[in-house]
Every structure is written in structure tokens, then in C-alpha cells.
Design a binder for this molecule. Structure first.
Ligand code: ADP
Ligand code: MG
Ligand code: MG
Length: 539
């Protein structure tokens, strides 16, 4: 039997087994872990931000512990927390359940005599709340929600910061600050190849959480003058928190590499799904589902003033649940309001006319590329290159000419009216006529009428297609080319400073989410846990 194939099989088996979870080694290791003791948390106390939003809303452990505090605090604290919980449920409910949730909230919280009446409201909001009906519920609750947040930000937040539960939070923050090295992870097979190193699967030893680790060779970065770019990609990634963009959980360095540890996407990229499975293209139901997620991801980037600039099926990756995320933010750029770019960036067939002509642009270019990508998912070819049969070879210049001056053809059998319409809206050559570019919301297009976006974001809509659990949707390990050695590059003080800036360890939001999702949060908070162990890293 072929040795390469055997290597690949061994690598896949180890990788699939790790994803299966439940191993003895992990349980043993977890028993030896403990939070840093309260007196060790001075560093965390000094560095923790003081704003309510970050401490009690954005950070998952912070949110959990603040909620726990409210539940044990004064009755009106608990009432405020319960109202917010029920409003979230109402946000996500549909049809009859939504009506029921609404009536329930009115009866519990808005009737003056009731035990859970919102007694902290004042002035106009109080009057409106007492008079609320099913008809003006949404509008009034918008105000009530705001007033509830203002209330919680005041005395309850002050009390929380003086409570033992906040000390517990600081213990978690101290734990979060631990330096990260390669010893923190087990490493598995390579999943793909980037410009500066491999991307491989890794697993956090303490929690069992799987991630993808993008390695950037320090010498190669320096040789290609790409250090700034790498830092930019890292800084953009660490700001993002969307279910539809790969998240950065850790950034660390080894002797030879800088490493970005991100959401593991093991269901293959959309290019692979268009071209390598069955007939070219993807089923309509799946295209709508993926595009709804992509649109939500792009809107998240744009809300942070980030232009993606590399929207194409190859950069959209599927996870094991069949949900997709945008990846490879190496071309993304942050453009504060009012600022534009004229830099030519992107991938040929997906580039908007305004990029090719070097006209100042902002977010419009992503909507154009999305239009090209939807077209490609439907047909198995891009609109301005066409089917590219042997008879008709279309070169780069011709593709560009068509981007400027031709309308795409919609002859393929898989097009229907509504699909054609949304693509045409995204492929308007004039920016101010393009969908997404003139204050309109692409999510409102009738093509998405089957999608409830709040539920989609909450992960409540089951995907139309699931990757098979026993298949590795990546090239064979032997087909992922190795990197050659780089000679003659030495590092100076400036380089070391850059490595240090990169090496920031755990990213709060995603690290905390990992602690909760893997159950380590509950385990270490368990008051009955025996406290004989002290090891921070467990090794
Ligand atoms: P580069 O910017 O250097 O091109 P990418 O971010 O595109 O690097 O990653 C290179 C390859 O690694 C991708 O084409 C894909 O095959 C794989 N890959 C990247 N990110 C992930 C991820 N989060 N999960 C799984 N595979 C990934
Ligand atoms: Mg790439
Ligand atoms: Mg890149």
C-alpha cells in the first residue's frame, strides 16, 4: 500500500477521533485544574475595563456572572433580568409562540399590581409601559428595554462590582491572562496551505476544544515585507464577533511562527461544493441559506467599518454543522466613516468596476462580489467569464471589459425570476443603484422571504445540508505542498517588538465562550470541587 495514503489515513483518524471528544486523558487533566486564587488576581483587577457593556453584556463569562448576581440581588434586580430574558425569547419566537410571549410579558411585568411590575421605570416610559397593548408592544418595549439597561448600569452594576461574584469574575480574568504557547494545544493534520505557512487542526489540551491554527512563518513574513499585513489581519480578526465570520480565539508565537487560532471550519469551502460534488452548482435552498449567512457576516464587517474585499466562494468555509463563515481577512481594510480607498485589491473575476477604475470606494465592492458569487453558486461559472468552454477562451482583459460594459447572461436553467433579480441588483455598475449601497437592506429582498434573520443569527434555523461526519473535507496531507527553508534572514529589535505586539494570547470573548461551551466554566465554579489542585496550565 502507498505510504502517502497511509500517512493521510493515520492523520485523518487522529483528527476525527479528537473531534469525537470524550477521552480519558482530557478528564484526568481537567481534574487537576483550578482557578487562580483571589489574592493572585491583582493584575486582572488592575487591567479589567470598567464599562458596563464590556463587563456585563459582551464578555460571555461576565454576562453569566452578572446574571447570577442579579438573580440573588434585590427583587427589582431579578425582575429586570427576567424581563430581559423574556424579551430575548420573544425576539426569537415565531407565530403563535410570539403572540403568547408578548401577552405573557404584558401580564407579568406591565400591570401595576403584579409582583414583577417594573417599579424602577419613571416618567413617560412608566406611563407607556402601564398602557401597553399587543399593538404598540414592539415600540414601547424598545423604550422599556433601554430604561432597563440604564437602571442596571447604575446601582445594580455598582453593587455587583463589590460582590463576591465579581471576585469570581476576576479569577476567570486572571486565568484568561495566562501566556499561551504551543504547549497549550495538541496539533493534528494540515487542513490547507496559506501564503506564509500551513493551517492545521489543533485542540486545546484543557478543554478539548478544536480550532484551526493558521501559522505564519516569521522569516517568510520578514522576507516578503508582510509583517504589517499580518498584524493588520490579526487586529481586524480580534475585533470581530459574528457567527458568520471566523473568530480569533488566540494569537501567540513560537520560535519560528506567529499563529492565529480560529474557528475550525471542517466542511470544505463553497468553491469545493460548487465544483467537486455532483453536478456543478449548489441547490437553490442551500444557496439562499448560505447567502443569508454571508450577508449577515458582511453587514457585521461593514458595521465595524471593515471592507472585506475578498468575497468569493473559496473564502466561505462550512463547519461540521453545515453553517458557513467568511474567512481569510488578509485583504480586509478598516475605513472609518467618510474615508475611502482606491487600492486595487481582490480577485479578478469578482472585482467591482469601481475597483478596476480606481475610483474611491467603500463597502460597495463587497456587494458586487457577492452578486458574482451567487451567480457562480447557481451556474458553476462566474458571470463575466462565462462557462469558459474550450471553444471560447476568455482572458483577463476581456473579463474586465465585460465587467465595465456588459450585462451578465441569465441563460442557465437554474435561474428563476427572484434569483436573477437579486443578482442584477448586486451587479449594478453604478454604486448608488446597487443593492446594499443606498441605505437599503439586502435582507429585505424577497429572495430571502423564507429566512427569519434573528433566528438565523441565533443558530435556530437548521441547515439544509450537513457535511458527513466521517469525511475530511480537505486535500490529502500529501497534496498540501511543504514550504521550503528560508535562509539569510535575521531578526532585530524591531522584529522582536512586532512579534510581541502580535503575541497577545487569548481573545476574551471567544476564550470565555470556549470555557462555557466545553463545560470547564461550570466545573471550576462548582463549590463542591476539591481544591487540592493548583496548576494553571495543568502541565
Ligand atoms: P492565506 O491568507 O495565507 O491564503 P488562508 O486564511 O486563506 O491563508 O488559509 C489557507 C487555507 O487554509 C484555506 O484555503 C483553507 O483551506 C484552510 N483554512 C483556513 N482557515 C481555516 C479554518 N478556519 N478552518 C479550516 N480550514 C481553514
Ligand atoms: Mg487564502
Ligand atoms: Mg489571506
Amino acid at each position: 500500500c502507498d505510504m502517502g495514503a497511509l500517512d493521510n489515513l493515520v492523520a485523518n483518524t487522529a483528527y476525527l477521533k479528537a473531534q469525537g471528544g470524550d477521552d480519558k486523558e482530557l478528564k484526568k487533566r481537567r481534574r487537576s485544574l483550578a482557578l487562580p486564587r483571589a489574592e493572585q488576581c491583582a493584575g486582572a483587577r488592575a487591567s479589567v475595563p470598567s464599562d458596563f457593556e464590556s463587563l456585563c453584556v459582551v464578555q460571555p463569562i461576565g454576562k453569566r456572572l452578572f446574571r447570577e448576581f442579579l438573580g440573588q440581588g434585590l427583587p427589582e434586580y431579578n425582575t429586570a433580568a427576567e424581563l430581559l430574558d423574556e424579551l430575548t425569547e420573544w425576539d426569537l419566537a415565531e407565530d403563535a409562540a410570539r403572540d403568547k410571549a408578548c401577552t405573557n410579558i404584558i401580564n407579568r411585568f406591565c400591570k401595576e399590581g403584579s409582583k414583577s411590575f417594573l417599579c424602577y421605570l419613571t416618567g413617560e416610559t412608566l406611563d407607556k409601559c402601564k398602557a401597553v397593548t399587543e399593538k404598540d408592544f414592539e415600540e414601547v418595549m424598545g423604550k422599556v428595554r433601554e430604561a432597563t439597561k440604564v437602571f442596571l448600569k447604575g446601582k445594580p452594576f455598582m453593587d455587583y462590582k463589590m460582590s463576591p461574584i465579581f471576585d469570581k469574575f476576576l479569577q476567570w480574568k486572571e486565568y484568561e491572562r495566562q501566556p499561551i504557547t504551543e504547549k497549550y494545544f495538541y496539533e493534528f493534520r494540515a487542513l490547507g496551505k496559506g501564503g506564509f505557512g500551513e493551517v492545521c487542526a489543533v485542540q486545546v489540551k484543557n478543554t478539548g476544544q478544536m480550532y484551526a491554527c493558521k501559522k505564519l512563518c516569521k522569516k517568510r513574513l520578514k522576507k516578503k515585507h508582510s509583517q504589517k499585513m499580518a498584524l493588520l489581519e490579526k487586529r481586524i480578526l480580534e475585533k470581530l464577533n459574528s457567527p458568520f465570520v471566523v473568530n480569533l480565539a488566540y494569537a501567540f508565537e513560537t520560535k519560528s511562527h506567529l499563529c492565529l487560532v480560529m474557528t475550525l471550519m471542517n466542511g470544505g469551502d463553497l468553491k469545493y461544493h460548487i465544483y467537486n460534488i455532483g453536478e456543478k452548482g449548489i441547490d437553490k435552498e442551500r444557496i439562499i441559506y448560505y447567502t443569508a449567512q454571508i450577508v449577515t457576516g458582511i453587514l457585521h464587517l461593514h458595521a465595524m467599518n471593515i471592507v472585506y474585499r475578498d468575497m468569493k466562494p473559496e473564502n466561505v468555509l462550512l463547519d461540521s454543522q453545515g453553517q458557513c463563515r467568511l474567512s481569510d481577512l488578509g485583504l480586509a481594510v478598516e475605513l472609518p466613516p467618510g474615508k475611502t480607498s482606491t487600492q486595487k485589491a481582490g480577485t479578478g473575476p469578482y472585482m467591482a468596476p469601481e475597483i478596476l477604475t480606481e475610483t474611491p470606494y467603500r463597502t460597495s465592492v463587497d456587494w458586487w462580489s457577492l452578486g458574482v458569487s451567487i451567480y457562480e453558486m447557481v451556474t458553476g461559472y462566474t458571470p463575466f467569464r462565462g462557462p469558459n468552454t474550450k471553444k471560447e477562451k476568455v482572458d483577463k482583459e476581456e473579463v474586465q471589459r465585460r465587467i465595465f460594459s456588459e450585462e451578465p447572461k441569465f441563460e442557465h436553467k437554474n435561474f428563476d425570476m427572484s434569483t436573477k433579480d437579486i443578482i442584477q441588483q448586486f451587479l449594478k455598475k453604478k454604486v448608488d443603484e446597487r443593492l446594499g449601497c443606498n441605505g437599503d437592506d439586502p435582507r429585505k429582498h424577497e429572495w430571502f422571504k423564507s429566512i427569519n434573520f434573528p433566528r438565523l443569527e441565533a443558530g435556530l434555523i437548521p441547515p439544509p445540508w450537513l457535511p458527513k461526519p466521517n469525511i475530511v473535507y480537505a486535500k490529502d496531507t500529501g497534496d498540501i505542498a511543504e514550504f521550503s527553508d528560508i535562509r539569510g534572514i535575521e531578526f532585530d529589535a524591531k522584529d522582536e517588538k512586532f512579534f510581541k505586539e502580535f503575541n497577545t494570547g487569548a481573545v476574551s470573548v471567544h476564550w470565555q465562550k470556549e470555557m462555557i461551551d466545553t463545560g470547564l466554566f461550570d466545573e471550576l465554579n462548582d463549590p463542591n470541587r476539591n481544591e487540592s489542585s493548583t496548576g494553571l496550565n495543568g502541565d
